[in-house]
Design a protein around this ligand. Structure first.
Ligand code: NAD
Length: 448
């Protein structure tokens, strides 16, 4: 099939590359000329495991990049819209969605063939039917369901595992409201065999995405609330508490051979320094705002955000307890991105923690296996942060080590710390290190 992807960011580029790998002819369109140049030269503008290999294999074969929307729409039978939908002020900002809808509509005026426009960006329920469709109808002077189709196909990939998730999806949700649109969507996903498919209307497709993300975010904030109570109680370690909870057979069923099935879901029921990234914070906020707008306040989700925004400060509080003043105290920050496997710094808990430390006069050694450039761009700290080329350099002359991202590489921290004299304290913001292996261990959800 000939497919165009409008917006070649995290989702758009991964979608484009994977669809090309599956045999479709794909045009990735973006307004960012630099991004398009990079993609055309097989240089991924973002870090994602496996992305470069697939990009190299498909570029200028099955995959093309352009800034020309007209060409992208005219040369394809389906357009997947993957532009950003940030949260701005007090609601979701649909400016990019509206802009693209209007531009596609104008192009469709000159296109005699049926074209399907599919919203893949995360948008609040009702957006595809009540905003995208009328904008395209007005700009094209054509009728949805007759001259063109409008569908909704939410994306569930996780950053850090994006290529794997896209190539082997756990579900495919197809929103549409006419037979022809469903047929085109089914053809698009035909190469993905053996996957559960939900065919539904656009609004339900939009709601499925929000419900999935807000459920996971709720589990994280719930775990962090429990963790903070454990700290306050004393002599209770949240890691042991959660281990006990995870063994509930409804969470980790016992198989007939006696082994446990440990679902990925349990990873969201663990204590930490909060969730970040480009999705959870903005999606929870967008649904809260949308609930308010339709007269249905979302009290639980309001608490989820409140707990999450406070959580990075738990790390900071531990440091403040250890050092009367942080002025001149050198601290290693290990992990800058919001999660392992990505260089995405958006809403990373590392940002408020580093900012707070700098304000208190601490000196910072920062290290992340892939997010260093992105961190330097976002933190813009006037050389106040020393960006280290490896974990060894990051540990030089520090009094405290703060672990913020669950990179596997950080499992060797106890070993590295044991070679230092004196040993700095470790503040484990992700509770990934065994406390018995570190001389001076502190962490979320445990009081020393
Ligand atoms: P992103 O910011 O990485 O990419 C958006 C891209 O759209 C940018 O490259 C931007 O230049 C481009 N763009 C903006 N206006 C445009 C226009 N008029 N025409 C063409 N391109 C334009 O965003 P993202 O992380 O890929 O997210 C995109 C959407 O997918 C969001 O709604 C997000 O919530 C959703 N989503 C993201 C993830 C994720 O893990 N990042 C996962 C699932 C869903």
């Amino acid at each position: 099939m000939k497919v165009s992807i409008i917006g070649a960011g995290y989702v758009g580029l991964v979608t484009g590359v994977c669809m090309a790998e599956k045999g479709h002819k794909v045009i990735c369109m973006d307004v960012d000329q630099q991004k398009v140049n990079k993609i055309s030269r097989a240089i991924p503008p973002i870090y994602e495991r496996g992305l470069e290999e697939l990009l190299k294999r498909n570029i200028n074969v099955n995959l093309f990049a352009t800034t020309d929307l007209y060409e992208a729409v005219m040369e394809s039978e389906i357009s997947l819209v993957t532009v950003g939908t940030p949260f701005k002020g007090n609601e979701i900002n649909l400016i990019y969605i509206k802009e693209v809808s209007h531009q596609i509509g104008k192009i469709l005026k000159n296109k005699p063939e049926y074209h399907l426009i599919v919203v893949k960006s995360t948008v609040v329920p009702g957006t595809t039917d009540e905003i995208v469709r009328p904008i395209i109808e007005e700009a094209s002077c054509k009728k949805a369901g007759i001259d063109f189709g409008v569908g909704m196909n939410p994306e569930f990939l996780r950053e850090g595992e994006a290529v794997e998730d896209f190539m082997f999806p756990d579900r495919i949700v197809l929103g549409a409201d006419d037979t022809k649109s469903y047929e085109i969507l089914e053809k698009l996903y035909k190469p993905f065999k053996g996957v559960d498919i939900i065919k539904t209307n656009n609004k339900t497709a939009e709601m499925i995405k929000y419900t999935s993300n807000t459920l996971l975010a709720t589990m994280i904030s719930f775990s962090n609330e429990i963790a903070n109570l454990c700290t306050a109680l004393g002599n209770v370690d949240v890691v042991e508490v959660m281990r006990g909870v995870h063994l509930d057979k409804r969470l980790s069923p016992i198989l007939s051979n006696g082994n446990r099935l440990v679902p990925d879901f349990t990873k969201y029921i663990e204590a930490g320094c909060g969730f970040g990234g480009s999705c959870f914070p903005k999606d929870v906020k967008a649904l809260i705002a949308h609930g308010k707008k339709v007269g249905n306040p979302m009290r639980l989700l309001e608490a989820v955000i409140e707990i999450n925004e406070r959580q990075p400060y738990q790390v900071f509080c531990i440091l403040k307890k250890e050092f009367k003043s942080l002025k001149g105290v050198r601290v290693a920050i290990l992990g800058l991105a919001f999660k392992p496997g990505t260089d995405d710094m958006r809403e990373s808990p590392a940002i408020p923690i580093i900012k707070e430390l700098l304000m208190e006069g601490a000196e910072i050694n920062a290290y992340d296996p892939v997010a260093m450039n992105e961190a330097a761009r976002i933190l813009n700290s006037n050389n106040k942060i020393r960006y280290c080329y490896d974990i060894h350099q990051a540990l030089e002359n520090v009094k405290a080590v703060v672990l913020l991202t669950r990179w596997e590489e950080f499992r060797k921290i106890p070993d590295l710390l044991s070679k230092l004299d004196p040993q700095p304290i470790l503040i484990d913001g992700r509770r990934m290190i065994e406390k018995k292996n570190v001389a001076e261990y502190r962490g979320i959800g445990i009081s020393e």
